[in-house]
Design a protein around this ligand. Structure first.
Ligand code: PLP
Length: 224
């Protein structure tokens, strides 16, 4: 199937509460434009330099999400235009995003990334660390970032039950944080979970943002 067929098929599977982040990392502008011409406006990238290059050369009504591990010294390059940063996993990073957003007179939306997988290689906070951050007086003073939800990656496994349980644990974290810190804040509503291999389970478990790359654009070739 073509890129535009894939976009149409996946979009039809989403339901009302879930949006598609088309993960275009390593893929050329022509592929992104094919998705764009099929109506897709939300794209995700995980390398700062690549994201900046694509932002500069592609249509300005694209909403760019940063989905990877973000280094503090690179925040300044994406601060002028990024619309959501999915992987905030430290207070230091959040403070840096706030500082760079302030310079650009923007408020940048962020998701707190949680470590929900059994694999130790994946990044993310645990719930206690997130609470420490949210309770910090300094956090309350950050006027140029807005925490709008949570993000997580399940273990890479065929074990459907395990994946489902991991997504469920992220949803539970979301619910508890919502209740304790964001009850009257309607903008805290995003649960970013689900990739090509597991997005259907993620949607069933309440994902609001699925991040899908290879099922749209085909396998990535990192050797290029
Ligand atoms: C690459 C990537 C994805 C998309 O992965 P696919 O399996 O190709 O859909 C999703 N989320 C993150 C954080 C990624 O780095």
């Amino acid at each position: 199937m073509s890129i535009s067929d894939n976009i149409k098929k996946i979009t039809s599977e989403l339901g009302e509460n879930t949006r598609l982040v088309a993960v275009s990392k390593t893929k050329p502008n022509e592929d992104i434009m094919e998705a764009y011409n099929a109506g897709q406006r939300l794209f995700g990238e995980n390398k700062v330099q690549e994201l900046v290059g694509k932002y500069e050369t592609l249509p300005k009504d694209i909403e760019w999400h940063f989905i990877g591990h973000l280094q503090t010294n690179k925040v300044k390059y994406i601060a002028p235009f990024v619309s959501l940063i999915h992987g905030v996993d430290s207070f230091k990073l959040l403070k840096t995003i706030n500082k760079e957003a302030k310079k650009k007179d923007r408020v940048i939306d962020c998701l707190l990334q949680f470590h929900i997988a059994q694999e130790s290689t994946k990044f993310g906070l645990d719930e206690q660390e997130a609470e420490t951050l949210l309770n910090d007086e300094q956090f309350k003073g950050l006027g140029n970032v807005r925490v709008v939800g949570v993000m997580g990656m399940a273990t890479y496994t065929d074990d459907v039950d395990q994946v489902r349980n991991e997504f469920r644990s992220l949803k539970n974290i979301f619910n508890r944080l919502k209740e304790r810190y964001f009850t009257s804040d309607d903008s805290f509503r995003e649960i970013s979970m689900g990739m090509s291999g597991d997005y259907k389970i993620a949607i069933e478990e309440g994902s609001t943002l699925v991040r899908i790359g290879s099922s749209i654009f085909g396998a990535r070739n990192y050797a290029l």
